[in-house]
Design a protein around this ligand. Sequence first.
Ligand code: ZN
Length: 132
Amino acid sequence: MRKIEHLGIAVKDLTASNELFSKLLNVPPYKTESVESEGVNTAFFQMGETKIELLEATNPDSPIAKFIEKRGEGIHHIAFDVTDIYAEVARLKAEGFTVLNETPKPGADNKLVVFLHPKSTNGVLIELCQEK
Ligand code: ZN
């Protein structure tokens, strides 16, 4: 794990939150992107070496919709940058962490991603990501 690549924040209304975070960070999002397979629209803000990812659900079955229903808006996940996602998955499995998708899948921002179940990480959803 090299660094925190980004923090993911679940929001109800991406347009409104883009305005809010643009004011807060004093910089506009450098990219917005839909990830059809995950049912999310995303926006990314660069903060030095780290990013903020805002996530809005595109349908009621989206994991983001379910998260907001249960816990409200707020921090949804922490994403760590890794150099070899396959090796990290093998290492973390051997350490007893619950991996949600063992095969890395395409995520937003040109990444391969794997998620760890929050039950095995003190309630925090962890994303591993590697530049494609
Ligand atoms: Zn993310």
